[in-house]
Design a protein around this ligand. Structure first.
Ligand code: SAM
Length: 326
């Protein structure tokens, strides 16, 4: 069991399978972002070894992310390997959905239980502006394919950015009236100078909720106020689905954090918004024993930071989001 110095049990691993992406969302990376060459990324067998190791330490929940995880070569085989690792109970994925039309069924058959699809607006022109070239229809088709393949509940992620999509939150929330989906609104997180976005463009979860309530009436609290993952969940009265708010910036959920991240280049990133990392891939490639790697992981997790320092103006600058895996 991996425990940190604050007594938090860490059993949820987010694995970034690649830093490459088929979109360039404005809040995630610059348009001219360059990506790591393949040999610097964890190879399929290295992902398998590290997954087995984390599972042996009590990790039971894995989310695959990126970059864009579906552009990774052999993605279906990678999912099959992870899902069949003893001890791993649930494998999910965060994706932009573009390739799900073809991949949803094989991924579901390989053991992928659920997907969170990123979709920041239902307006095709604004979608293109936010993603720099994305086609909204492809994402929509991907969402429907995931639902048809049995990956439920469908969860949609929307990052809200002033000047881009703050007026689109009502239409996104309305999706939940007739569909049993969860639409989650995410506060944009600042990554120093790495994106086109200024901290002043952050819209808080409270402001997003106000906007939705101004258009659709008061939301009712769901789940007795318990967090669903990192989201505080509400519903429109009578709706089939629900609406979540992820207030990572203004009201972080560090106290209940149970996760850590493995970057595509094999670093254990202990907190999304702190620079501290432990290199696992280099020792693995230099012949470290499983016992050595286990020690590196447990010692690293013990020192997991309590939480981010955004309130004190500490903004991570060693990586942008596509390199960490959101
Ligand atoms: N490509 C996949 C996708 O689009 O979902 C997975 C990787 S993406 C980095 C994971 C999540 O991080 C997405 O929901 C994305 O919207 C979110 N994200 C990226 N940059 C962010 C930022 N600066 N602040 C908040 N969320 C961000």
């Amino acid at each position: 069991m991996a425990i940190d110095q604050f007594g938090r049990k860490i059993h949820y691993l987010r694995i970034s399978l690649t830093d490459h992406c088929n979109l360039r969302c404005i809040y995630c990376m610059p348009e001219d972002q360059t990506f790591r060459p393949n040999p610097e990324l964890m190879q399929d067998d290295e992902i398998a070894v590290l997954t087995r190791l984390f599972a042996s330490l009590g990790f039971d929940k894995i989310r695959l992310t990126g970059g864009e995880p579906t552009v990774r070569n052999h993605i279906v085989e990678i999912v099959r390997t992870i899902a069949s690792t003893p001890g791993i109970e649930a494998v999910s994925m965060t994706t932009n959905g573009i390739l799900l039309r073809q991949l949803a069924r094989p991924l579901a058959e390989a053991g992928l239980k659920r997907v969170n699809v990123s979709i920041d607006t239902l307006d095709a022109d604004k979608f293109q502006r936010l993603t720099r070239w994305g086609k909204l229809q492809e994402v929509w088709d991907g969402i429907l394919a995931a639902e048809q393949a049995g990956m439920r509940p469908v969860k949609l992620n929307a990052v809200v950015v002033k000047g881009y999509n703050e007026n689109d939150v009502i239409d996104l929330a309305k999706l939940t009236i007739d569909r049993p989906w969860q639409v989650r609104f995410i506060e944009m997180m600042p990554f120093a100078g790495a994106t086109d976005i200024e901290p002043g463009q952050i819209i808080t979860a409270a402001q997003i909720q106000e906007r939705i309530e101004a258009g659709l009436g008061k939301l009712e609290l769901s789940n007795d106020g318990e967090l669903d993952g990192e989201a505080r969940v509400f519903h429109i009265p009578g709706a089939k689905g629900n609406v979540g708010f992820i207030s990572s910036v203004t009201a972080p959920f560090c106290e209940s954090c149970d996760r850590t991240r493995l970057t595509a280049d094999g670093r254990l990133r202990l907190c999304l918004l702190r620079e501290k990392e432990v290199d696992l891939l280099t020792p693995l490639r230099h012949g470290a024993s499983i016992e050595d790697l286990r020690r590196l992981i447990l010692d690293g997790i013990w020192l997991k930071p309590w939480g981010h320092g955004l309130a004190e103006g500490v903004i991570p600058s060693n990586r942008v989001m596509n390199e960490i895996g959101g």
